[in-house]
Design a protein around this ligand. Structure first.
Ligand code: DC
Length: 232
């Protein structure tokens, strides 16, 4: 039996990875694995524990032992931490900021990468920062999604305004830029473009157009292996 398809989507925040990852997983009948939510769940576990977020060894060991699960359909994926639904809780500003800090700790990365490889064994659409470079360097299709920082921040801001009508664009922009800098400059598995990735800049392009481009790339790359697509 052929191995199921692995699609890697990497890129900075606000580039459209989640929306497009979900759409691709749905269209291709693949598992959707949002690896960022796993780092977020670790950050939440740290905040809820007595572990200091600057104690790398303690954070690393917490990451290795907490139970994190991703369940459900791509559009309604539920994230659980020790069996508790934390889908909403991991989207807070505090968790967002801390997830970028603790994801630079090598022991945390090692623990997450191991789980992600296990989860993706039967194929899937995985999105994150190091999927095509570290987690699945031999992924069948690799995308690197990006857009100008102003536009990425604007997308985040629109989402944030739904939660908090007093949100300020400037703050979203500054936070996002700081996170992207951290994610791209850390020494372990920094965000970078995989050599063999298809780079898509979605600045000024609609989600549907980007989706059409991505599907065309997947179909083209799997032309000779269509049996592994959409067979449930
Ligand atoms: O994609 P996101 O914003 O939900 O990710 C949260 C943080 O986790 C982000 O700052 C970068 C980090 N991350 C990572 O280092 N590696 C991944 N594969 C996914 C996310």
């Amino acid at each position: 039996m052929p191995r199921r398809l692995i699609i890697a989507i990497d890129g900075p925040s606000g580039a459209g990875k989640s929306t497009l990852g979900r759409m691709l997983a749905r269209e291709l009948n693949l598992l959707y694995i949002d690896t960022g939510s796993m780092y977020r769940a670790v950050a939440l576990a740290v905040l809820e524990s007595s572990v200091s977020s600057i104690d790398d060894v303690a954070v690393g060991s917490l990451a290795a032992r907490v139970s994190i699960d991703l369940r459900g359909e791509p559009e309604s994926m539920e994230v659980t931490l020790e069996g508790r639904d934390v889908t909403e809780a991991i989207r807070s500003d505090e968790v967002t900021r801390l997830s970028s800090i603790i994801s630079a700790i090598p022991q945390v990365r090692r623990a997450m990468v191991e789980r992600q490889r296990e989860m993706g064994k039967r194929g899937g659409v995985l999105n994150g920062r190091d999927i095509g470079t570290v987690v699945f360097p031999d992924a069948d299709v690799k995308f690197f999604l990006t857009a100008l920082p102003q536009e990425r921040a604007q997308r985040r801001f629109v989402e944030e305004r739904v939660q908090d009508p007093d949100a300020e664009f400037e703050e979203t922009f500054v936070d996002m830029t700081a996170r992207d800098r951290r994610d791209s400059t850390r020494s372990d598995s920094p965000l970078r473009i995989p050599e063999d990735a298809v780079v898509i800049d979605s600045t000024g392009v609609s989600i549907d157009e980007v989706f059409a481009t991505m599907i065309a790339v997947v179909r083209e790359k799997t032309r000779r292996g269509l049996a592994i697509l959409g067979d449930g």
